[in-house]
Design a protein around this ligand. Structure first.
Ligand code: COA
Length: 386
């Protein structure tokens, strides 16, 4: 039986109104360090406690490429007495924050695909963190949009979106759905330890959305066929967050720093980059494609130097900014949403027959790569496809 081809027919991006520059973040961090060291002067003098060290905006930009990040709440993050975003709890009869930003991104994606919420027959929320255990955020978004069918949440950390696209495509190919919304509401500032000098600059907040449809029902004039998906996971403790429903069963661990994002950044860099490049190269070879046939690499947006290295290993030369676009300078790491933001903002110049790879990597480790083929109009390709 011929399997149904799937296309990406629309994307959406919700960007919070507030942003925090490296300088603002470092000013708050350094003020907190001074407070901490003053409050603990005696213990530090006795050698019982280590004095904290200032952060540096120049280090952050050089080490990561990040200049600023969008956030849901700025005042709580840059308050040295708080160092945590302040987002009010909502009553159960109001849309939750994750669902709200997901719906905003979803509405844009639906518009781009020429669809209404009621045209959808499945909703997947794919993100690194869910703001509650249940009911699934995806079911709340399904309800808010008036979508039919079923909805579920899934979490593969920074690779959630590519894994979500793969699940959506598999569902379409298996015939269980025709039109799927995959949403990535990433409130990364909620799990970031703003008192951790090694990591306080890493994340920002955002929501992205992608419509994946069976090719024969898609109406949008600018679709990308999903040529191939490849998923890989390799267990590692180098990016970890021990927050979870069992925390309350051992009071000693409640509120400790391991209940927020923790990483061994240097190890992640060294271990993940070669694995990502190898996965893309193997995938291309299996499809009888040459790296030079790739017009674009929409890579996960964690670190500029990582992306340059991966792109170099795939292409065999330095990438141009157009070939491997960077959005982390203004968005920082937005977990699973990063590669989708890059795709959303950097694809309009492509024409029918152009190929690209959407690729994410992160905790797990997890690596997802999706080969996409630009179709100007699904029924009228203007030149022979790859
Ligand atoms: N300000 C100033 N100096 C800092 C600093 C800060 N905020 N944070 C760390 N440093 C210092 C360290 O103390 C260290 O000093 P030393 O050489 O005297 O020991 C030096 O800078 C290098 O630290 P290191 O942690 O090795 O930096 P790095 O070059 O590896 O960059 C990351 C850090 C996090 C930007 C980088 O490792 C990274 O992005 N890794 C991949 C992360 C990733 O993709 N994670 C996935 C998350 S989903």
């Amino acid at each position: 039986m011929k399997q149904t081809d799937a296309v990406i027919s629309g994307t959406g991006l919700f960007t919070p109104e507030e942003s925090v520059s490296n300088e603002e973040l470092v000013t708050a961090f350094n003020a907190w360090v001074d407070l901490f060291n003053a409050e603990n002067a005696e213990a530090i003098a006795k050698g019982e406690l280590e004095a904290r060290t200032h952060s540096s905006a120049a280090f952050i930009e050089k080490a990561s490429g990040i200049k600023s990040r969008f956030v849901l709440n700025k005042s709580g993050i840059i308050d040295p007495h708080r160092m945590t975003p302040q987002v009010a709890e909502r009553p159960n009869n109001e849309l939750s924050v994750m669902a709200e930003i997901g719906v905003k991104a979803a509405q844009q994606a639906l518009n781009a695909a020429g669809l209404e919420g009621s045209d959808l027959d499945a909703v997947i929320v794919a993100a690194s963190n869910m703001q509650r255990a249940y009911p699934a955020i995806a079911v709340e978004i399904q309800d808010a949009l008036g979508a039919k069918g079923f909805a579920f949440d899934m979490n593969v950390a920074c690779s959630s979106a590519t894994f979500g696209i793969a699940q959506a495509r598999d569902s379409i190919r298996a015939g269980s759905s025709q039109r799927i919304l995959m949403v990535n509401p990433e409130i990364c500032t909620g799990h970031l330890n703003f008192r951790d000098r090694d990591a306080h600059f890493i994340f920002g907040d955002v929501a992205t959305a992608v419509i994946i449809e069976a090719k024969d029902v898609a109406q949008s004039s600018s679709n990308f066929e999903i040529v191939d998906t490849r998923l890989q996971t390799i267990f590692s403790n180098n990016i970890r967050n021990n927050f979870g429903f069992m925390n309350r069963t051992d009071e000693r661990g409640v509120g400790t720093v391991d209940k927020l994002f923790v990483q061994e950044g240097r190890k992640v860099f060294k271990e993940v980059c070669p694995a990502v490049a190898q996965q893309i190269n193997t995938q291309l070879a299996d499809l009888d494609l040459q790296p030079e046939q790739l017009s674009r690499l929409w890579l996960h947006q964690a670190n500029r130097n990582m992306n340059d290295l991966i792109a170099r290993r795939v292409l065999g030369r330095d990438p141009t900014e157009q070939e491997s676009p960077t959005i982390l300078d203004t968005y920082a790491n937005t977990s699973s949403a990063g590669s989708i933001i890059a795709f959303h903002l950097n694809r309009d110049d492509l024409t029918a027959g152009d190929l690209g790879v959407l690729c994410s990597f992160g905790a797990g480790y997890s690596i997802g790569s999706v080969i996409l083929l630009s179709l100007i109009h699904i029924s009228e390709p203007t030149r022979p496809l790859y």
